[in-house]
Design a protein around this ligand. Sequence first.
Ligand SMILES: C[S@@+](CC[C@H](N)C(=O)[O-])C[C@H]1O[C@@H](n2cnc3c(N)ncnc32)[C@H](O)[C@@H]1O
Length: 187
Amino acid sequence: MSFLLRTLPLVHDWVKQVVKPGDRVLDATVGNGHDTLFLAELVGTEGTVYGFDLQEEAVSRTSELLEQAGHQAVLTAGCHSQLSQVVKEPVTAAMFNLGYLPNGDKSVITQEQTTLLALESALELLAHKGIITIMCYPGHDGGASEASAVEAWARELETPHYLVMRMSPHNPKNPAPYLIAVQKNLP
Ligand SMILES: C[S@@+](CC[C@H](N)C(=O)[O-])C[C@H]1O[C@@H](n2cnc3c(N)ncnc32)[C@H](O)[C@@H]1O
């Protein structure tokens, strides 16, 4: 059964409203490359997508997907907490899809401490009106405490310079994925 009320189309819709051709954007967890491809299509040949993943396998799956679609990205196999060593210019969007690589090694998961460091770096790089999206997965071991830490981090971002939204299923039977999105609004 497919519902209209899903987070992924919502994330894509928000990101689409902010990102323009020629922009620089960031995928902090490329995984199988779906979000990287989505971003590459938005920024086009004049733009730049920076992508990170701890696992070589994810980076090669992403390169392959991009190549098949005729797109490119600046991909780094490494921890996203180091992203400021690679990304030196403002980005209009930063996507975080936490957790483990689907159809991959489920023991490699994003970790609270490095996720928060990466979020801080992304926030610093974020352009005026830029957006950070974070898909949180509280259902696996370690996922709930990471998600809580992300929520606490986002809650501290002060209005009016940041707007934070949290979108979550209201009637899940089990801990369900949810979205936190941050938009910057400089004075
Ligand atoms: C849910 S998947 C991402 C899915 C991806 N956005 C897609 O569209 O297919 C999460 C990814 O985060 C990666 N990851 C885990 N820890 C990381 C870290 N410290 N830095 C960068 N990537 C990390 C995992 O290897 C995994 O591929």
